[in-house]
Design a protein around this ligand. Structure first.
Ligand code: HEM
Ligand SMILES: *[C@@H]1O[C@H](CO)[C@@H](O)[C@H](O)[C@H]1NC(C)=O
Ligand SMILES: *[C@@H]1O[C@H](CO)[C@@H](O)[C@H](O)[C@H]1NC(C)=O
Ligand SMILES: *[C@@H]1O[C@H](CO)[C@@H](O)[C@H](O)[C@H]1NC(C)=O
Length: 320
């Protein structure tokens, strides 16, 4: 009898722990503490993306670069200071991440309606969703309640964010390290249906690779010279077909060998993800559903909750 109730207590404790671990975030987290939070973010994101479509891409990528480095905790937003080195100078971020001012501006507006209540990590997650919606993509319910880090790691940013030189196996392993499936990886790569890349990141592909459409490569070469001394920063759209529409054309491009990055084209190059690419290319609803699932999964990476971390007053620095 004693051991039976002891077992029941253990089961109850285990169930409570499991629900705390999986259900920490909640769609209703700010419903009473800051009912205007989501509308405030949406209005600001819509305005920013309306004035520059690429900003939607930049905000989506910021959430990705946040979540893959020590979880979705806004660590990517912490600016370097004389005595602090954050993630913004890490190779995948330096000269590349955009939208920091937009996030700072949203945070100012959110602080004006609810003082020190809404985290920067949650603002990033909601801004990513609102960006996708503004550019014509699917919507989803964002889970909330993340708290902000008091630290950042340049080393982890360099080690955990995937470079465009990765092959399929490297990408699969990199996402698996974040508990994301191969399907999640392919769907999330579909984020490259919007936004742009600098020449440096696709030069080797357009000059050296053979699984690339010849006319597509030729058209890119005019603005991305072979010599690195001629410059690295000229831009090309990641989705040559519909550069600012969040649609499934990224996957259609891959079937035509028109992926811009090496890491894009490896998803359709005779390997195990070809069928997923075919499915997403022929079935927009299948892509939308997989993307939404994968964004929620990515947004669940190692959130700080409860008394962990802090709610920053300013997204670019820890509270003093
Ligand atoms: C699968 C591994 C990935 C690799 C290797 C990769 C790599 C890159 C690279 C090299 C760029 C261009 C950066 C520049 O030239 O400044 C880029 C841009 C971008 N990435 Fe990824 N990425 C990956 C996954 C993702 C994911 C998961 C998302 C979001 C769901 C995403 C969203 C974007 C967006 C929207 C842009 C354009 C940003 C802008 O125009 O400002 N990427 N990515
Ligand atoms: C990909 O992973 C392999 C090991 O599986 C490694 O040898 C290779 O250097 C990695 N590629 C890149 C670009 O890091
Ligand atoms: C292409 O490959 C050659 C030799 O494999 C290498 O020297 C060169 O740096 C690569 N990239 C470009 C843009 O030519
Ligand atoms: C372009 O990038 C390469 C490789 O990172 C670097 O060696 C070169 O100096 C860069 N060129 C310019 C003009 O910055």
């Amino acid at each position: 009898m004693a051991s039976a109730s002891c077992l029941m207590l253990l089961v109850a404790v285990a169930m409570a722990m499991a629900s705390a671990a999986s259900g920490q975030l909640s769609s209703t987290f700010y419903d009473t503490s800051c009912p205007k939070a989501l509308d405030t973010i949406k209005t600001a994101v819509t305005a920013a993306v309306s004035s520059e479509a690429r900003m939607g891409a930049s905000l989506l990528r910021l959430h990705f670069h946040d979540c893959f480095v020590d979880g979705c905790d806004a660590s990517v937003l912490l600016a370097d200071t004389g005595s602090f080195v954050g993630e913004q100078t890490a190779a995948p971020n330096a000269g590349s991440i955009r939208g920091l001012n937009v996030i700072d501006n949203i945070k100012t507006q959110v602080e004006a309606v609810c003082k020190q209540t809404v985290s920067c990590a949650d603002i990033l997650a909601v801004a990513a969703r609102d960006s996708v919606v503004t550019l014509g993509g699917p919507s989803w319910t964002v889970l909330l309640g993340r708290r902000d880090s008091t630290t950042a790691s340049k080393t982890n940013a360099e080690n955990d964010l995937p470079p465009p030189t990765f092959d399929l196996k490297n990408l699969t392993d990199n996402f698996a390290n974040k508990q994301l499936s191969v399907t999640d990886m392919v769907a999330l790569s579909g984020g490259h249906t919007i936004g742009q890349s600098q020449c440096l990141n696709f030069r080797d592909r357009i000059y050296n690779e053979t699984n690339i459409d010849a006319a597509f490569a030729a058209s890119l070469k005019s603005n991305c010279p072979r010599s690195t001394s001629s410059g690295n920063t000229s831009l090309a759209p990641l989705d040559v077909a519909t550069p600012t529409a969040f649609d499934n054309k990224y996957f259609v491009n891959l079937q035509a060998n028109k992926g811009l990055l090496h890491s894009d084209q490896v998803l359709f190059n005779g390997g195990g993800t070809d069928n997923t690419v075919r499915n997403f290319a022929s079935n927009p609803a299948a892509f939308s559903a997989a993307f939404v699932t994968a964004m929620v999964n990515m947004g669940n990476i190692a959130p700080k909750t409860g008394s962990q971390g802090q709610i920053r007053l300013s997204c670019s620095k820890v509270n003093s």
